[in-house]
Structure formats: C-alpha cells, structure tokens
Design a protein. Sequence first.
Length: 281
Amino acid sequence: MKKSVLLFIAAVLALGVFAQEEQDVFVKEYKIGAQDLLEITVFELPELNQTVRVSEDGSISIPLLGRVDIEGLTKDDLEKKLASLLEEKYLKKARVTIFIREYQSKRAAIIGAVIKPGIYELIGRMTVLQLISKAGGLTERASNEMFVLREARNGVRARIAIDLDDLINNGNQKLDIPLQANDTVNIPIDQMINIFVFGEVRNPGALQVKMSKKTTLLQAIAQAGGPTEGAARSGITIKRKDRKTGKEIKIKVNMKDIIKGKRPDIELREGDVVFVPESIF
C-alpha cells in the first residue's frame, strides 16, 4: 500500500477520534434546557425508569419526587441531584444515570438550496460547513452568498453574510463560523438567467448562468467555446432591452480593448444577445 494512502487513512482515523473526543466533551458540559428529551434510569427503583421531556419552565416530573427544577444542569449534575433527592427519603444509596436522547434546546435550522433542509441538533462545536454537510450539501441552484440569522442579546435578529465562493472554493476558514443555538442558516436559491451568444463562436446558442455569478462578456464568449479563427474581435455587438423603456439598445464592443485592460469587461444581463461577427479580412 502506498505511503500517501496510509497517511490519508491515518488522517481520517485521527479526525474521527478527535470528533468523538469533542462530542464527549460536549455531552459532559452540555447544560440541559427546555424540550430536551432525557432517559432516566434508577438502578435500585426500576419503576422510576422513564423517558421524559424537559418542560418550557426547565423542570421535569418524576414519581415520588414530583416536580424537579433542572434548567442549566449538566448530565452529571442532574444525576447527582436526583440521587441526592432519592437518598433523602427513599434510598440509602441511589445510582442514577441520565442519557440525553434529543438536544432540543441547542438546535439550528438550515433552509434554502441544500439537499435536506430542516432543523439539526448542534452536538459539539458545529460550524456552517458542517451543518451544510449534515444537510446533504448544496444544490446546483445555491447562491454565491449565504446568511446566518442569529438572535442577539437585545432581542434583535442579526444577519451575518458569508461569501460561499470564498468559503468553499478559496478555503477561507475565517468564514466557517461556529453556530449557536437557534441560528438559522439561509442559503438563497439563485435565479438562473439566459444569455445568448451567436456568430463566430465555436458553440453558439443559449447559456444558462446564475444571476449572482455576474457573467461578463469575456466569460460568456469563453463559455460558448471561444471565438473562431475567422471572428472579428473588434466588432462585437451586445443587444439589450432597456429596463425602463423596453426598447432594444445596441452596445458596440472591441474585445481587444477589454483584453488589454483599456476598458472594463461588460457585465451581461438576462436576455442579452451577444453577436460576434466574421472578420472581413
């Protein structure tokens, strides 16, 4: 087996161990909250074994003990509290274990252009990329920008904008922010627009591009296969409908000037028709 393959396997295994350790720490330090689902086991009194959901006021109801406030306690704290309450009245030594089946009080939602939008438990330190992965990944219609909607302390909902291209394609880890309870990740569904390229290009016809991509003239010609050998690069025409009047306007372009940096590339719009003429020489 090649050394590179062995290193890859070792890295994957190490990542798995790290993820498990991180999850173990999270479970140990997690503070129980409203709507969490708990599985309670009392070894000396199996009739008290039950699965119970934490109420909105942060309490649970247990036979013999009645209502017990548990808001903000960790798993270990709750085990000790229940054992202590049982020992005060019913048992000399109580052994209680708690298993948190659902972490309802620490969840985040993801909506928009992902395979499986929904609400997900935040187990451990979860970032936006990890949540996107949990949701099955992005669809082809994903926009270039996503938003994290977060409740601030003053009750105002803040919006954090993240450039998806920079995050995923450029690997900018500063944008892979950790999520907080009740965050909503919104990945807008991008609108597809049609741009038409005809004349002396290798693959004339319609191009479907994302509106957020902001396709330029040079990019459109490149996507159409590039100009043919007989193309006139100085007489390109862009036909466009004026948004206000609806009338057709024509924009004459010398592609050589754009390539040389003498003029900026032109951003194309929905319905633009690019015509690359044949050279007369």
